[in-house]
Unconditional design. Structure first.
Length: 241
């Protein structure tokens, strides 16, 4: 069994809109729903778990019921941090699940191809993420706003999601991090510190995380370019379906 764990517990502090970013509308549909449609249409995924803010659980369940998804979706309470939300979500993953595919709810341009390839590599290697190589020149900057050094960009990649793991591996990584009070910005970091090798596959520049209102505007423009017939008409399937 492969379970997708969708992390939707953010408060959207950097987003600045009237609602948390995962509920913002993208071409008339909540970003969370658009993301879930990709996983719902991907044959390699058997079940879906959504980690949402505790106060939003009823709202999310109602929203997903109206979306009429095919697969079984469980909604659980997220935590204060992203890492806490993943930990809580793992508690809702059935013990018989072989793989867990973790994905940010606000990356709606993920594709089934990314999900399937990442899951297959995790089955083989134990852990796999999608990422994208850094092209820009990297600068380390002081708190005063002055450049301290130019960093080599060769072999530097920007981590994305999905990130897929054998179930035992990711559970052990989160359990250990909680015991040792370690915080990390992504799940692969917790697995790396156990000495488990994490395989990397190319993601896509389109697979960006919607964090600000500018990101949402960019996502709308991209969706309009991908689905020109969607403007003002009936909703067509997500391009990654």
């Amino acid at each position: 069994m492969v379970v997708a764990l969708i992390v939707a517990g953010g408060k959207g502090a950097r987003f600045g809109g009237p609602v948390p970013k995962q509920y913002a509308l993208l071409s008339g549909e909540p970003i969370l729903v658009r993301t879930l449609r990709v996983f719902d249409g991907c044959d390699c995924v058997d079940r879906i778990v959504v980690a949402a803010p505790p106060e939003d659980i009823a709202f999310v369940r109602d929203t997903l019921a109206a979306a009429v998804l095919r697969k079984r979706v469980s909604v659980v309470a997220g935590g204060e941090r992203r890492q806490d939300s993943v930990f809580n979500g793992l508690g809702a993953v059935p013990s018989e699940a072989a793989l867990v595919v973790i994905h940010d709810a606000v990356r709606p341009f993920v594709t089934c191809g990314m999900i399937s390839a990442c899951a297959a590599a995790a089955r083989q290697h134990g852990a796999c993420i999608v990422a994208w190589p850094v092209w820009d020149t990297l600068k380390r900057v002081s708190e005063a706003g002055r450049i301290e050094a130019t960093l080599p960009r060769e072999r530097v990649w920007m981590a994305q999601t999905p990130q897929a793991f054998q179930s035992a591996v990711i559970r052990m990584a989160h359990d250990r991090a909680r015991r040792e009070q370690v915080e990390a910005s992504d799940d692969a970091s917790l697995v790396e510190r156990m000495g488990v090798g994490v395989h990397v596959l190319p993601g896509s520049l389109r697979n960006f995380k919607i964090t600000t209102e500018e990101d949402l505007a960019l996502a709308g423009a991209l969706l309009g370019a991908l689905e020109p017939a969607d403007r003002g008409g009936a909703r067509r399937p997500h391009p990654a379906d």
